[in-house]
Design a protein around this ligand. Structure first.
Ligand SMILES: Nc1nc2c(ncn2[C@@H]2O[C@H](COP(=O)(O)OP(=O)(O)OP(=O)(O)O)[C@@H](O)[C@H]2O)c(=O)[nH]1
Ligand SMILES: [Mg+2]
Length: 364
């Protein structure tokens, strides 16, 4: 899964990119090219399994983060999302919107005053404008095609045109594609368009350390991101998290405890990206490796097997499945779980659940 980090110039995108990927991309000057890095999805269950199986390798699920520099003249105030920047945004699965709330006077702000709510809203408008533009272009193309079309062809074109006009009207009323009522049939038409407001979004408010106490009150102001399965929000002390992420694990732990930071803003951003992106994890266990695998929620065990190796999907026979909690109830001893009848035999259509421990039997 790919998460694209966007935001106004100097909002702290690269700083947050470094924090989530423990990277060290340069945070100075106006960025011109993207930074790409990988974050490990924090999962306590994986660590517990690793302690039980003592494997040679323990491999967490991963998310790719891309720090996307805005065009030189910036975005916001309908300066527009276009060109390469648009292509880059279209290619990601989830958008992570950085909203500046830190108030360092030495860091310029495009709009004199620091106001994370205004910035979040204006960025969300930008995404809407970009989609209106894309949809309008599609409508124009359809009208063009209409001229030389037969009566039957026109009926099909009419249907599609009406659909796009409906999308455009609602976008015009500030309703994102993800919030519009769209049938499964209609979604099929939209595949390939990569409309930006169809993508899940999480807002990360980049706060000062002295705003930690106010973080809940701040998030309450972002109603737009609340109570929706494909939206999320969190606060993060970008600069501090970046410094912590670059420390060795032991010092980092000590500092976090001193600062009273429970789940870090960094882990929350990674977790949220996973959730809003509709991802779940299943596990494979063994002496060699204990591993968490990222899959879209709702897929069959046969397709999930393909994530491990295409041979496992192609030659799939059946899967032995036990849920993490059940395996833990047997202290991770598979033989005990088997005796108790907790290891189920599942066919190809079984829908994998978050936390399933899976062993695929296959033949190629
Ligand atoms: N005080 C404070 N400064 C921050 C924080 N996050 C970023 N900065 C500073 O703000 C400046 C810009 O940060 P970047 O991470 O480069 O911001 P950006 O959005 O990537 O900037 P561009 O790519 O140039 O648009 C740097 O000097 C950072 O050190 C923060 O949480 N607190
Ligand atoms: Mg940057």
């Amino acid at each position: 899964m790919e998460v694209g980090i966007i935001g106004l110039p100097k909002s702290g995108k690269t700083t947050i990119f470094n924090a989530v990927t423990a990277g060290s991309a340069i945070v100075d000057g106006f960025a011109k090219s993207s930074n790409i890095g990988v974050a490990k999805v924090p999962d306590k269950r994986l660590l517990t399994l690793s302690n039980l199986f003592n494997p040679k390798r323990t491999t967490p699920a991963e998310i790719t983060f891309i720090d996307l520099p805005p065009p030189p003249d910036g975005i916001g105030d309908t300066r527009g999302i276009s060109g390469e920047f648009l292509n880059n945004l279209q290619a990601v699965d989830v958008l992570l919107l950085v909203c500046r709330s830190f108030s360092d006077p030495s860091v310029i702000h495009v709009d004199d005053l620091v106001d994370f709510k205004r910035d979040a809203e204006s960025m969300m408008y930008e995404l809407i404008f970009s989609d209106i533009d894309l949809v309008s272009r599609r409508i124009d193309k359809l009208l063009e095609k209409y001229k030389g079309a037969s009566k039957i062809e026109r009926a099909t074109l009419d249907k599609e045109k009406d659909f796009f006009i409906r999308l455009k009207d609602q976008l015009g009323s500030n309703i994102a594609i993800r919030d519009q009522t769209i049938t499964t049939e209609e979604w099929k038409i939209l595949v390939g368009y990569q409309l930006l407001t169809a993508k899940p979004v999480i807002a990360v408010v980049n706060i000062d350390e002295n705003q930690i106490q106010e973080q809940q009150a701040m998030l309450d102001q972002l109603g737009l991101f609340k109570d929706k399965s494909d939206m999320g929000m969190t606060t993060m002390c970008g600069k501090l998290e970046m410094e912590l992420a670059q420390m060795d694990k032991a010092s980092e732990k000590e500092f976090r405890e001193d600062l009273g930071m429970q789940q870090s803003g960094m882990d929350q951003s990674i977790d949220l990206s996973y959730q809003v992106g509709g991802k779940i994890s299943f596990f494979t266990v063994g002496e060699d490796e204990v591993k968490a695998w990222e899959i879209p929620s709702g897929i069959s065990v046969q397709r999930a097997a393909g994530k491990i190796h295409t041979d496992l999907e192609r030659g799939f026979i059946r899967a032995e499945v036990i849920h993490y909690e059940e395996l833990i109830s047997c202290s991770g001893v598979l033989a005990d779980a088997r005796k108790k009848g907790l290891i189920r035999s599942e066919g190809k259509d079984y829908i994998v659940k978050d936390g399933d421990v899976v062993n695929v039997l296959f033949n190629v």
